[in-house]
Design a protein around this ligand. Structure first.
Ligand SMILES: CC(C)(COP(=O)(O)OP(=O)(O)OC[C@H]1O[C@@H](n2cnc3c(N)ncnc32)[C@H](O)[C@@H]1OP(=O)(O)O)[C@@H](O)C(=O)NCCC(=O)NCCS
Length: 152
């Protein structure tokens, strides 16, 4: 579990992964909401932020630094987050992902997410363009794919 004091660390990781800036105050605000939690891997190369409400949970963000990708960090983070959400009574997990984000879509499908919706023009893109979001859903527990890491 990451605590709120680590929001600047999470913001620095987020900045390496997304064009849209989530500063430390934004991340701290999300972490402080009822039912929210964040997990960061032991080496501080990635984190996941999740909100749980009753039987549902939602991935608010997930990122792994470019230098440490394809080592199973994101898989381990989302799997551990689903376990934690289940302990808070969540039975399903939802998220939105840019329809052009093939790495993330591949990652999520591998652990059992399937598409349940489409939000047209949901994301701002360069040059005033908009891009669609896929809404994905998975039952908890997620499919096991064999990565395991320690989390702070
Ligand atoms: C998407 C992201 C979180 C994946 O992190 P990661 O730690 O590299 O993911 P994993 O190592 O757990 O990947 C697991 C599987 O997902 C798929 N996958 C991940 N990245 C991929 C890529 N670039 N191309 C194709 N498949 C990919 C593969 O099936 C991979 O297994 P493999 O490496 O054995 O082939 C990372 O690329 C990232 O931070 N991207 C920018 C932020 C982002 O898009 N976040 C998601 C927003 S919803």
């Amino acid at each position: 579990m990451a605590d709120i004091g680590e929001a600047p660390v999470l913001a620095a990781l987020h900045a390496q992964c997304f064009l849209e800036v989530w500063n430390a105050a934004t991340i701290a605000g999300l972490m402080a909401a009822t039912g929210s939690f964040a997990l960061i891997d032991e080496d501080h190369t990635g984190f996941i932020l999740v909100r749980t409400v009753a039987e549902e949970s939602e991935v608010l963000t997930l990122c792994v630094t470019p230098a440490t990708r394809r080592r199973g960090v994101a898989t381990a983070l989302v799997t551990a987050a689903a376990e934690r959400a289940a302990a808070a009574n969540a039975a399903v997990m939802f998220l939105e992902v840019n329809a052009t984000n093939n790495p993330a879509i591949a990652l999520y499908k591998r652990v059992g997410f399937g598409q349940v919706g489409l939000r047209k023009g949901y994301y701002a893109a360069p040059h005033g363009m908009r891009e669609d979001a896929l809404v994905l859903r998975a039952s908890i527990p997620l499919l096991r794919v064999g990565f395991s890491l320690q989390f702070g």
